[in-house]
Design a protein around this ligand. Structure first.
Ligand SMILES: NC(=O)c1ccc[n+]([C@@H]2O[C@H](COP(=O)([O-])OP(=O)(O)OC[C@H]3O[C@@H](n4cnc5c(N)ncnc54)[C@H](OP(=O)(O)O)[C@@H]3O)[C@@H](O)[C@H]2O)c1
Length: 448
């Protein structure tokens, strides 16, 4: 049988890795797929550079639409990125009856509903293993390997840049801004790191996993997103003293009312979180990624590996190419649904507003070192029904000028409470004259 012909849009970091891994391992990939897979056409803005990467036997064009219009191409790989031209090209490829492979989490998290509906109507596949956690086959695990389970929750370290920064902050005791500069110098953070450090990239990936885990539409606009820019080396150190590491987690969770047992909705949130040091996830260091999934039947499973990079991401892109090569002649009903659940069996379970989520907390209050302050603070927590799990008191580092009141850090770990209850209690504590600085609140996830 002739090889299946693939058109590649964008030959940058992931595109070039995809081309070279496909070439290097072509014989083995053919034996697995049952048919050769060849990139026969490439579109990139820099035609000369692209041509030098793929050699003379591959046609290189500047206009991606030429690739889509080529009737010999069965699969289009979109590796341009962003929501602009990439969205148009993906929609046009679907309309032209091409199967699509993409690593573009931003596009799918924001426009996935439209894209998957168009693909379903046209009878083509849109595959996106590379969009979440790079080389880790987490989409396959969730959609196929864990299909027997009612997924309870997923918690992942799904952004290598921020995990690298947090690891360095802890190891070297440095603050965020210093480590960010170093990460940029080493190539771990981009010149404009906003999407990574503000948690947006992780939220794109969490949004996609949430849809697949619970059979709900992709709803990036409902995700709570908080990055790592306000974390201090001091909080990382205090967390360590209490037996925790701070990680930026992407979390999605089935939320059940503790009393009635009723399903309330889905939590979808990205924020820094204290994770017990003894959990494997707390020990994922540097730029590595890991995703923990809790299923009712299987229990806890953990997936670890490189979440970015040219060839790790290419590994996922090519896995999708092989799947499509095997399945594209099959009846559409035999394929794995895009979002794991049949399109007519999607759930309208709401994504809960942040005030409705339930978790535990780390609080740090810089207070005046005076009698009665502790009683005021714990009194407010008790009034709100928030119980304390552990507490530390540490003399503040800052040197206090003569005549000024001495300061101390109160560090409190709480048990589970509703976020809205905690917000209200925080507002009351912040208003106390003895609380001298904005209170630091970091959520805590036991991941038990
Ligand atoms: N890098 C990773 O490790 C990684 C991991 C997981 C997922 N992803 C995702 O994979 C996608 C690609 O990322 P990347 O890192 O490979 O990006 P990249 O290195 O910037 O590559 C994008 C390529 O697309 C080209 N391009 C831009 N506009 C184009 C157009 N209109 N037509 C044809 N080509 C065009 C660019 O050319 P110019 O350079 O000439 O503009 C560049 O060669 C993104 O969605 C990203 O989020 C990346």
């Amino acid at each position: 049988m002739n090889p299946i012909q693939v058109g590649l849009l964008g030959i940058g970091t992931v595109g070039s890795g995809t081309f070279s891994v496909l070439q290097r391992n072509q014989a083995e990939i053919r034996r697995r797929a049952g048919r050769g897979i060849e990139i026969t056409m490439v579109a990139d803005l820099d035609v000369a550079r692209a041509q030098s990467l793929v050699g003379p036997n591959v046609r290189v064009v500047k206009d991606a639409r030429e690739v889509i219009a080529n009737p010999d191409i069965d699969i289009v790989i979109e590796l341009i990125g962003g929501y602009g031209i990439a969205r148009q090209l993906v929609m046009e490829a679907i309309a032209a009856g091409k199967h699509v492979v993409t690593a573009n989490k931003a596009l799918l998290a924001v426009h996935g509903t439209e894209i998957f509906a168009a693909a379903h109507a046209r009878g083509v596949m849109v595959a996106f293993e590379a969009a979440v956690a790079g080389g880790i086959p987490i989409i396959k695990a969730l959609r196929e390997g864990l299909t027997a389970n009612s997924i309870q929750w997923i918690a992942g370290i799904i952004n290598g840049t921020t995990n690298f920064i947090l690891s360095e902050m802890r190891d070297k005791g440095l603050d965020f801004a210093v480590v960010l500069k170093e990460a940029q110098r080493l190539g771990y953070a981009e010149a404009d790191p906003t999407f990574d450090i503000e948690g947006v990239d992780a939220a794109h990936k969490a949004t996609i996993m949430s849809a697949i885990a619970f059979g709900i539409p992709v709803q990036f606009d409902k995700a709570y997103v908080e990055g790592i820019t306000r974390l201090t080396a001091q909080d990382i150190q205090y967390a360590g003293q209490l037996g925790y590491r701070i990680k930026l987690l992407g979390i999605t969770k089935r939320s059940v009312d503790a009393r009635s047992g009723e399903l309330r909705g889905v939590e979808l949130r990205v924020h820094p979180a204290l994770v017990p040091m003894k959990r494997l996830l707390a020990n994922v260091e540097g730029a590595m990624n890991a995703v923990m999934v809790q299923g009712d039947a299987v229990g806890t499973t953990l997936y670890y590996g490189k979440g970015a990079g040219s060839e790790p991401t290419a590994s996922a892109v090519i896995a999708d190419l092989v799947d499509i090569t095997r399945l594209h002649t099959a009846d559409a009903a035999q394929r794995v649904p895009h979002l794991a659940f049949q399109p007519d069996a999607m759930s309208d379970l709401p994504v809960l507003p942040m005030r409705e989520i339930v978790t535990s907390y780390y609080l740090r209050l810089r207070v005046a070192d005076q009698a009665g302050v502790l009683a005021q603070v714990t009194g407010i927590l008790a009034d709100a029904g928030i119980s304390i799990d552990a507490m530390l008191q540490r003399e503040a580092d800052e040197v206090v000028a003569a005549g000024q009141v001495a300061q101390t850090d109160l560090i409190i770990l709480t048990h589970d409470t509703r976020e809205g209850t905690m917000d209200d209690a925080l507002a009351r504590m912040q208003a106390l004259p003895s609380v001298l600085q904005p209170i630091t609140r970091i959520r805590k996830e036991e991941l038990a």
